[in-house]
Design a protein around this ligand. Structure first.
Ligand SMILES: [Mg+2]
Length: 232
């Protein structure tokens, strides 16, 4: 019998890329909500949206009356939805991502959902635009609008999964698959294993230096992804 595993997928640069549409949507939504046109975004790699949003406010010295982030979350998701065609044209599902999701759904007793810095409405928009949503149990995922600290999202996901399935996943049986040092840190601080994928802005070497012992160059080799998950 295989031990049930909980797989927590990062979205950006792990499963998909927006091809630049993501930062344009951010700028538009930011301007719509705050009235400020921005040129410069805070560093986004692996960070949760509330932190990126807050830092962008600070860069421009903008005072938040209190509801900016909530309004931004709505505007951002609408931005993705209205640019779905463009996302499909400029962005892409990363090589092997769809095949990995499909493959892990069989034979390994794996439960797959998401752990992402994206607010839930934007995460759902991105996944459905690229036709990946049905392969992930999005209701039990953890999102950037649940908590600004990525490591805290591990337990949020585990609790949601428990409520849905009655299965308790532990540090040993939970694995994050992600592309950035923040995913590695979320696993070590939040209590999960990590499979790091060098498909984003961080090299395999730098992911190892960040503490990942299992590192893949990409998801193209489905057998290697399965083996990595089965290895925990
Ligand atoms: Mg990522």
């Amino acid at each position: 019998m295989t031990t049930p595993k909980l797989i927590l997928w990062d979205i950006d640069h792990t499963l998909i890329e927006t091809g630049g549409v993501g930062s344009e949507v951010f700028r538009d939504a930011f301007e719509q909500v705050t009235g400020h046109k921005i040129e410069k975004l805070a560093d986004v790699t692996g960070r949760t949206e509330p932190i990126i949003f807050q830092e962008t406010l600070e860069i421009y010295g903008i005072e938040d009356p209190g509801d900016y982030f909530l309004r931004f979350v709505r505007a951002q998701a609408e931005g993705y939805q209205s640019r779905a065609e463009e996302m499909r044209r400029r962005g892409r599902v990363l090589p092997g991502a769809r095949e990995a999701l499909e493959s892990l759904a069989t034979g390994l007793d794996a439960y797959q959902t998401v752990l992402t810095g994206n607010p839930r409405p934007s995460a759902e928009a991105k996944l459905s635009i690229f036709d990946l949503a049905t392969m992930l149990n999005g209701n039990t995922g953890a999102y950037g609008d649940d908590d600004a600290i990525r490591a805290n999202l591990v337990d949020i996901a585990r609790q949601r999964v428990y409520k849905q399935t009655g299965v308790t996943f532990t540090k040993k049986t939970t694995v994050i698959i992600g592309d950035s040092p923040s995913d590695v840190e979320a696993a070590s601080k939040g209590g999960a294993q990590i499979i790091a994928v060098a498909s984003g802005n961080t090299s395999a070497e730098d992911l190892r230096s960040a503490g990942a012992t299992t590192v893949l160059y990409d998801l193209a080799d489905t057998a290697a992804v399965r083996e990595a998950v089965a290895g925990f």
